[in-house]
Design a protein. Structure first.
Ligand SMILES: [Mg+2]
Length: 371
């Protein structure tokens, strides 16, 4: 099936479970099946957020990271349930066991998503498409869940491909198809392009990969900083990042790029408060305590600095994180500077509890306010 010229290429599969938390809930609770189901915080009260919505709920416009309150407005008869992380984690391990029949080069991105390098597979199947089909079938037969798969020669394209025919999809983008695929891709889909960067690109008349391709590497770097070089390569289908099987949590971070540059201490401190809450929730969820707090600042000209402070014992309390981040900020003399990004990270975890070792923050988890 694969193009003959693919022989020298890597074979990468990106597997992404479909509406994972909601699908597990519908599998385990027959009364939820066929209904608009929202897994997340309750819609009454403040701060409830949608972690995952079932496909029935998505028809009403409900999406991950939306407030539960808004979800209820969109679909007043939706069912709301709290997440059962222990159950999802168990299913996640079962999925990984299925992957491991084919390869040991598995890089989990979250509980429901992973890259697999099957350039050489344990069963000598040879075809990455065939392996992806078998994995999807095993997940269906053994776990009664569906997954979507993207198959290509690099991580970036495989990940985009898995999203194309969701749910229960399989999409192969071979070497000869990559460049034309990338040319048509809207800039929002590019790795690392958030709302702010996407808007900046559009303001510059850059809407698709083809538009990005017209810029030189130097121009891309000038406008987008370090990641400009990545855009230059990826738009040509080049992504040499390896599938990393043993990536462990070395630090936990939260950061935010702002719609406009911050210029006053009040604004900066208010943003740091928000970022500290996010990072603190995540630390507490993963039961991690870090000894080092690092503040990251990116200025309007993309110049970036970090400042850190270490403590004798691990910590994860909001007050210390907030105070330390503000103290580190004050020491940079931020008055009258133009700041486009602030971030806080904790590192130096020391002993990580054994059961947490494999787990990494997921996009879904990141958006969920842990209680
Ligand atoms: Mg998913």
């Amino acid at each position: 099936m694969e193009n003959a010229s693919a022989q020298n290429h890597r074979k990468i599969i990106h597997i992404d479970m479909d509406a994972f938390y909601a699908s597990v809930e519908q599998r385990d609770n027959p009364e939820y099946r066929g209904k608009p189901l929202v897994v997340g915080g309750p819609p009454e009260g403040r701060g409830g957020v949608v972690a995952t919505a079932s496909y029935e709920a998505r028809k009403f416009g409900i999406r991950s990271a939306m407030s539960s309150k808004q979800a209820l407005q969109l679909c007043p008869h939706a069912l709301f349930v709290r997440p059962r992380f222990a159950a999802y984690k168990e299913v996640s391990q079962q999925i990984r066991e299925i992957f491991s029949r084919y390869t040991d080069l598995i890089e989990p991105l979250s509980l429901d998503e992973a890259y697999l390098d099957v350039t050489s597979d344990k069963l000598n199947i040879g075809s990455a498409i065939e392996i992806a089909q078998q994995i999807k079938q095993a997940i269906k037969d053994e776990l009664q869940l569906t997954a979507s798969a993207g198959v290509s020669i690099n991580k970036f394209v495989a990940k985009i491909a898995s999203d194309i025919n969701k749910p229960d999809g399989l999409k192969f983008i071979g070497p000869s198809a990559i460049e034309s695929f990338m040319e048509k891709l809207p800039v929002e889909k590019f790795f690392g392009v958030g709302k702010v960067t996407a808007q900046k690109m559009k303001n510059m008349g850059l809407h698709t990969g083809d538009d990005l391709k017209k810029l030189t590497e130097a121009e891309l770097s000038k406008h987008f900083g370090k990641v400009g070089r990545f855009y230059f390569n990826i738009v040509r289908g080049i992504d040499n990042r390896e599938v990393q099987p043993h990536r462990e949590t070395k630090s936990l971070a939260a950061e935010d790029t702002f719609a406009y540059d911050l210029t006053t201490i009040e604004e900066m401190e208010a943003e740091l408060d928000k970022i500290a809450v996010t990072v603190c929730n995540r630390l507490q969820h993963y039961q991690l305590k870090g000894r080092t707090i690092t503040l990251k600042i990116k200025y309007h000209d993309f110049k970036q600095i970090t400042r850190n402070q270490s403590f004798p014992a691990g910590l994860n309390d909001l007050e210390t994180i907030c105070l330390t981040a503000k103290k580190l900020l004050a020491a940079t003399e931020p008055e009258d500077k133009r700041i486009r990004l602030l971030g806080i990270s904790l590192s130096n975890f020391g002993e990580v509890p054994v059961k947490q070792k494999e787990e990494k923050p997921t996009d879904q988890l990141r958006l969920f306010p842990f209680k």
